[in-house]
Design a protein around this ligand. Structure first.
Ligand code: FAD
Length: 440
């Protein structure tokens, strides 16, 4: 990067930035004098994807640097948060409650947002070509396109079926509403099948959170119905808590249980969808007929990353120091597309990675050594409207090409009802704060 550009103050005016950050910023000497518009020589940071990772990177970078030009490329004009989207299924919230626009990022943070799809990258020229034909030159490119839902990994399944009778609803949107409608119109005493994928996939507790909410809704509206979780894993996060909740509320472990969990070792791995007969088939050959079938397919990195040589195998390898790609110079990958084990693929983590990359780019632009990152995941989840849970994780940089060091603590089941509710309220309020943190 040409560090000289940094001193050419070009971006938001000092007054505008002070309005964003409050008067305190002035006393910290964050900004020098700025001219009225971004100069041609201002560093241009282009971001592919305006979801949690991309939007957070744009905002955090702006908070650190008034002068860079920041452009997000995102096809949709509204973003619907996945955190909270399981609550749409029992009708506790609406998709509109989870919807945000880019207007504050544009007006308050002076971030360009181009509603188009990024297509290809010319790494030699440092140019990004968009689907409609525009070409953007970048100094640094941040890529956060989310995951690809690999429907075809399940024999007989594909994205057309997912958009139709067999919604996966694992990116919030039309499929979420479709699944909601199917659940409410299911016949009395019907069976809902949820197929949970192998790791890694976004939001590891979400299939179990989903199963819990659906069962709670059915208990009220269709109490003879059943929820069957067929799992491609033998264990899952919060498996110390969810079954305790299920036992307490739905009779889990008894013949009358409304909910059942089948691990991989007992035949839980779904390998095929028989759409005609409304059934799934597991690796051991069992056929399970479902009235509502919700297959959460395995995932891999976003198509854009896969098609632009940023991946090795299914995921994108990066240096966790700054999330720079191991495959291409001046490119950073964050969010669900990253080969980030042991970091889970969550919005909380994506936003933390965004902080790391924003800090690293800003340090580099100022000619400073990039500091050692420390990533945290304060994950909260819910089992119902009156029961929450939490885990805390930290990830420490262990050197280039090395796995991050991990420490974590999961809270156990809570028998005190008041504390269960407090944990639920913490989780619910986290969602609201998180949405504001990124888009406001
Ligand atoms: C049901 C559910 C519940 C969840 N709950 C939680 C939770 O409680 N807490 C939590 O932390 N996480 C949760 N998550 C996970 C969280 O949503 C993801 O981990 C997070 O969204 C990842 O951020 P991202 O930027 O990688 O992807 P996304 O947020 O999906 O953003 C990717 C963006 O890239 C855009 N894009 C894709 N391709 C292109 C292209 N070629 N050009 C331009 N733009 C492109 C997409 O349109 C999208 O807007 C949940 C997920 C699900 C499914």
């Amino acid at each position: 990067m040409d560090n000289k550009n940094l001193n050419k103050k070009a971006g938001i005016t000092r007054r505008q930035m002070l309005r964003i950050l409050g008067a305190g910023a002035a006393s910290y000497g964050l900004f020098g004098a700025s001219s009225k518009a971004f100069s041609k020589s201002a560093a241009h940071i282009v971001i592919v994807g305006g979801g949690i990772g991309g939007a957070a990177a744009a905002k955090y970078l702006r908070l650190l640097n008034a002068d860079v030009k920041i452009t997000i490329v995102e096809p949709k004009s509204q973003y619907i948060f996945c955190p909270g989207s399981n609550e749409v299924l029992p009708g506790w919230v609406t998709l509109e409650d989870l919807m945000v626009t880019y207007s504050t990022l544009k007006s308050r943070y002076h971030i360009n947002v181009i509603h188009d799809k990024a297509a290809t990258i010319d790494y030699d020229k440092k140019q990004l070509k968009l689907e409609k034909g525009d070409i953007l030159s970048y100094h640094k490119l941040i890529v956060s396109p989310g995951p690809t839902h690999n429907y075809e990994a399940i024999d007989g399944f594909n994205d057309t079926l997912a958009e139709g009778d067999f919604p996966s609803a694992y990116t919030a949107g039309r499929q979420t509403m479709n699944l909601h409608n199917q659940l409410f119109s299911m016949k009395k005493g019907g069976t809902v099948i949820i197929s949970s994928p192998e790791d890694p996939y976004r939001c590891p507790p979400a299939p179990y959170e989903r199963a819990s909410y659906i069962t709670a809704m059915l208990k009220e509206n269709n109490p003879t119905a059943k929820v069957l979780i067929l799992d491609s894993k033998n264990d899952f996060i919060f498996s110390n808590v969810y079954p305790v909740y299920w036992k307490d509320r739905f009779g889990y472990g008894t013949d009358q249980s409304m909910i059942e969990w089948v691990p991989r070792k007992d035949g839980g791995q779904v390998v095929k969808l028989d759409a005609t007969n409304h059934s799934v088939i597991t690796a051991d050959g069992h056929v399970h007929k479902g009235d509502v079938i919700n297959i959460i397919p395995p995932e891999k990195a976003g198509q854009f990353a896969l098609q632009n040589d940023l991946s090795e195998g299914d995921w994108c390898p990066v240096d966790f120091l700054d999330f720079s790609s191991f495959k291409q110079d001046h490119v950073y990958v964050i969010g669900d597309s990253v080969d980030g084990d042991p970091m889970p693929k969550t919005g909380y983590i994506a936003s933390n990675q965004a902080r790391v990359v924003a800090q690293a780019i800003n340090d580099e632009l100022h000619g400073r050594e990039v500091g050692t990152p420390f990533i945290i995941n304060d994950c909260v989840a819910m089992a119902g409207k009156d029961y929450g849970m939490a885990l805390s994780e930290t990830f420490r940089y262990a050197g280039k090409g090395k796995k991050l060091g991990e420490h974590y603590h999961i809270l156990g089941p809570e028998s005190n009802k008041a504390k269960q509710i407090i944990r639920q309220q913490v989780a619910e309020n986290w969602q609201r704060t998180f949405r504001k943190d990124i888009f406001e």
